[in-house]
Design a binder for this molecule. Sequence first.
Ligand SMILES: Nc1ncnc2c1ncn2[C@@H]1O[C@H](COP(=O)(O)OP(=O)(O)OP(=O)(O)O)[C@@H](O)[C@H]1O
Length: 365
Amino acid sequence: MIQISRLYKTYPGSKYTPVDDLSLEIQDGHFFTLLGPSGCGKSTTLRCIAGLERPDQGEIKINGVSVFSAEAGRNLPPYKRALSMVFQSYAIWPHMTVFQNVAYPLKCQGQSREDIRKEVAWSLDLVGLGHLADRPAPLLSGGEQQRVALARAIAGRSKVILFDEPLSNLDAKLRETMRSEIRALHQQLKFTALYVTHDQEEAFSMSDMVAIMNKGKVRELGSPEELYTTPRSEFGAEFLGARTKVSGTVRGRTDDNLLVVETPLGVVHCRHFADHPPGTSVFVYVRQSEILPSEGAAQPGAPVFSARIDSVEFVGDTIDWVARAGDIALHGRSLLGRPDCKKIREHLNEAIDLQIVSACCVPST
Ligand SMILES: Nc1ncnc2c1ncn2[C@@H]1O[C@H](COP(=O)(O)OP(=O)(O)OP(=O)(O)O)[C@@H](O)[C@H]1O
C-alpha cells in the first residue's frame, strides 16, 4: 500500500503549490491513476513518492515503510524505496543494448550474472522484445523503447511501479495497444501501479481507482464509472466532458433514488453523489449522449422543450451539434447515419423539440 499524508510541495521562487495538503491511500495491487489538467501537480506528486523531489511537509509510506517524513527528517533516496518508474521520455540509456538497459538496475543491486540473465530474458519476453536483446537502444522505435522501459521496471519484481505519462509520446494507435499491454502486465504480475495522465480515456480504460487533481489537490476520488456517472463537483463534471450545464433547485426524490430537480427546461431526474435536501441549488449536467431529438411526449423527469439548432459539426462517427433554448446552450452528439442525426441536420437554424433523457447534478458553489 502507498499512504500519503498531508503532503505539501512548493518550488523555490514560485507562489503556486503543486502539491497542496494531499492525502491518499493506494491499496495493494490496485491500478490507481492521478488524472488532471496540465500543471495540476500530478507529476510532482509522483516524483515526491519516487524520491526525486523533496516535499516540504507530510509523510509517505510504501508498504508500511516510511520513506519520507518531514517531522522525522527522513527522506530515503529513490533506490531505497522498493519501487520502479516508467517515464514519458523512456529514460533509456543510448550507449547500451536492450539487454544492458534492462540488466543495469539488477547489476546495481548486486545480483549474480546468471540471475540477471534469467530475469532480463523473462521480462523482455513479457513485453515481446526477447528477439531484440542485443540491439543497441538508439536503433529502436519509440514504442520499442517504451517496452524496454517497461521491461526494466518489471525486471526487479517491484511491488510498486510508478508511471509518469508513459504513452504521451506514442501515436494514437500504439498508445491503445500499449495501454492494453500495461493493463495485462498489471493483471498478471499484480504490482501496485500509480499512473499519471491527463487523458481521461487512458485513465478510465486502465484504472481500478482514479483521483482527479486540480491545483495541487485531489478533487474527486472513485472508480472510473462512479466518477463518470456521479461527479461530485462542477470541476469533475466539466473535466470529464459534461458540456450542458443548467441551474436548478432540488424539489424531492424519486423511488429509485434520483433527485427531482426543477430547471428552466422542465423537471429533470438526476443521478447524484451526495444527498441534497429540497430547496438546495444545484447545477444539472447533461452529457452529449443524454440529449436527443424528442420522439414524442415528455416522460416524468425527462422534459421535452423547443430549441433552435445553431450549429452542426462533422467529427467522424458522430456529429456534434449545439442548440439554444433561451440563454441555455445545449450540446448534443448523434451517431452518423441514425434517424436522429438526420433530423438534427435537417433542422439546422430551425426550431426542434429536444428531450433530456438522463442527467446528473452537483451542488452549486
Ligand atoms: N522544478 C520545478 N521548478 C519550478 N516549478 C516547477 C518544477 N517542476 C514543476 N513545476 C511547476 O509545478 C506545477 C505542477 O507541475 P507538474 O509537472 O507536477 O504538473 P502535471 O499535472 O504533471 O502537468 P503535466 O500534465 O503538464 O505534466 C507546474 O506549474 C510546473 O510549472
